[in-house]
Design a protein around this ligand. Structure first.
Ligand SMILES: Cc1ncc(COP(=O)(O)O)c(C=O)c1O
Length: 385
């Protein structure tokens, strides 16, 4: 029986061979702590990290490579950005589709009465009118945090338009690119913090991620983590230069080598062709799902306004049970429930029951989509819902 992995929004399960090779090579041949020694092996590890920083900086259009900061995932990156940028009394705006990686830190700050926040309303497919953003502004709005695409409904956010409107008004723009880095073009235009995770569509390993800062953010953002950087060790204060200002503790060097290889793979295959393949697969999935009895699809109707993530429910069937049957009987791996994004489910009316999410990736195939659709139709027939 075919095995179909449809949870790329959680992590990309298959990786390019180059990613394994790069990690293996580092551990076997170059393993040392970068920036922590004057001997050749440590210097070589530092050079390799420098090259990875260059690759990632170039990929995201960073003004300088040292404006790229490595973290262990995007959750850590977003927490560091949010906690490092907000001040007491600030008002923050977020999209309706934010993940808990954004929502929980802001909610906690609001509970402590340090900040206030509002959610920019969206239409019932999750799309947002940039003009609505203007209506949500207050005199003390200091920052907007935006998920570039929903991890539940796939809806693409009008990032360019809103980032432009925000920067015109001196508002800091923080972007959660967890679902789009590696799929949609991204640049630092009008963006202050671009947070990414390495293990999803960038095809790297878990334990990698980071953020890219604008010059303004480099100056304004305070470090949340402090500790060893291998630099200015005599000094009690955290260094203020980049990237040491934000990079305390030993890096995931082996993982960063894998992430670099993943990004180089994407550059070779080209993001354009990855996106084009994803759109074709998504279109087929959307069309197929819409022809199955009792299936209700959420989010934009076509692949143009979404990434390859599709959420749906089947009337009268619990989404958790349906996912269980898909896995156990058909070896199809999707994800039920709330996907760490209660806000998104509230916005589209699927809270608290949630929905089933199928998310595609570079290694998904048409055969897998067709098999999934046939299996779902089979289940409906058996259930006679
Ligand atoms: C939009 C979004 N933000 C944040 C995250 C958190 O990612 P990570 O677990 O890699 O920190 C995810 C993934 O689950 C996501 O989809």
């Amino acid at each position: 029986m075919m095995e179909v992995y449809l949870d790329y929004a959680a992590t990309s399960y298959r990786k390019p061979e180059e990613v394994f090779l790069a990690m293996n090579d580092f551990l076997h041949n170059h393993n040392a702590n970068p920036g922590r020694g004057g001997y050749e092996r440590s210097l070589q590890a530092s050079r390799m990290i420098l090259e990875a920083r260059d690759t990632i900086g170039h990929f995201f259009g960073s003004e300088k490579s040292e404006y790229v900061v490595f973290t262990l995932n995007v959750t850590m990156a977003l927490n560091m950005a949010i906690l490092g940028l907000v001040s007491e009394g600030d008002h923050i705006l977020i999209s309706s589709l934010e993940h808990n990686a954004v929502y929980r830190p802001l909610y906690a700050l609001a509970q402590e009465e340090k900040i206030t926040y509002d959610v920019i309303p969206c239409f019932d497919d999750g799309t947002t009118d940039p003009d609505v953003f203007l209506k949500c502004l207050r005199n003390n709005t200091k920052m907007v945090v935006l998920s570039h695409a929903s991890n539940v409904f796939g809806t693409i956010f009008p990032l360019r338009d809103i980032a432009h409107l925000a920067k015109e008004r001196g508002i800091m723009v923080v972007v959660d690119a967890a679902q789009t880095a590696g799929v949609l073009p991204l640049s630092m235009d009008n963006i202050d913090v671009l947070a990414f995770t390495g293990h999803k569509h960038l095809l790297g390993p878990t334990g990698t991620g980071g953020f890219v800062l604008s010059k303004e953010a480099v100056l304004r953002m305070r470090p949340v983590l402090r500790g060893g950087t291998g630099s200015l060790s005599h000094q009690a204060e955290q260094p203020i230069f980049m990237p040491d200002k934000f990079e305390s503790g030993t890096l995931n060097t082996m993982g960063i080598m894998g992430l670099k290889a993943g990004i180089e793979f994407i550059e070779r295959v080209t993001q354009k062709s990855i996106r084009s393949k994803e759109k074709q697969l998504t279109e087929r999935l959307l069309q197929g799902l819409s022809s199955i009895k009792k299936v209700r699809i959420y989010g934009p109707k076509t692949s143009k306004d979404r990434v390859g993530t599709v959420a749906f429910n089947m009337d009268g069937v619990d989404n958790g049970e349906l996912c269980y049957v898909l896995d156990k009987q058909y070896h199809i791996m999707g994800r039920p429930g709330l996907h760490c994004s209660p806000l998104a489910h509230q916005a589209l009316g699927t809270f608290p029951e949630g929905a089933i999410r199928f998310s595609l990736g570079y290694y998904s195939t048409m055969e897998e989509i067709d098999y999934t659709l046939t299996s779902l139709a089979n289940i409906v027939k058996k259930l006679q819902v």
